[in-house]
Design a protein around this ligand. Structure first.
Ligand code: RTP
Ligand code: MG
Length: 149
């Protein structure tokens, strides 16, 4: 069983539209475990580091401007194959091509404002969790039965 951690972020459009709860709920119901979360403003430097792989792309400036324009909700989710499971739940990069039932397919229209980010590989996840959370993300056992009844 490959237990992984992945970095997921509700982008400014998702926060402004009140979709944090919906998105957190979907990941919880899927069975992933929330091990880190914070609402935060993004500095120019953090945005440029996060999206470094896109530095030469024509949309880089717009992307950095967008992600720094208003707070994001950064999270770390843990579980079996968490990286690919989260990507599947998000849908394709372009919401217009994302299947209904996915987050982008249900809530998005345009590629520039596609609501959510998720790490694209375990290596990216390690890099992004270190970048956004350092050592802050938690590790804990889930014992649901103890808390109800
Ligand atoms: P993300 O990194 O945000 O999770 O999205 P992704 O892996 O599905 O897509 P990626 O190729 O990494 O692109 C990063 C973000 O850049 C914006 N984008 N705009 N105008 C364009 O053609 C274009 N292409 C990409 C999107 O917001 C995408 O999520
Ligand atoms: Mg990406």
């Amino acid at each position: 069983m490959a237990i992984e951690k992945t970095f997921v972020m509700v982008k400014p459009d998702g926060v402004q539209r009140g979709l944090i709860g919906e998105i957190v709920s979907r990941f919880e119901r899927k069975g992933l475990k929330l091990v880190g979360a914070k609402l935060m403003s993004v500095s120019q430097q953090l945005a440029e580091q996060h999206y470094a792989e896109h530095k030469e792309r024509p949309f880089f400036g717009e992307l950095v401007q967008f992600i720094t324009s208003s707070p994001v909700f950064a999270m770390v989710w843990e579980g079996e194959n968490a990286v690919s499971v989260a990507r599947t739940m998000m849908g394709k990069t372009n919401p217009a091509e994302s299947a209904p039932g996915t987050i982008r397919g249900d809530f998005g229209l345009t590629i520039g404002m596609n609501i959510i980010h998720g790490s694209d590989s375990p290596e990216s996840a390690d890099r992004e969790i270190a970048l956004w959370f350092g050592n802050e993300a938690l590790s804990y056992d889930k014992a649901v039965d103890v808390w109800v009844g």
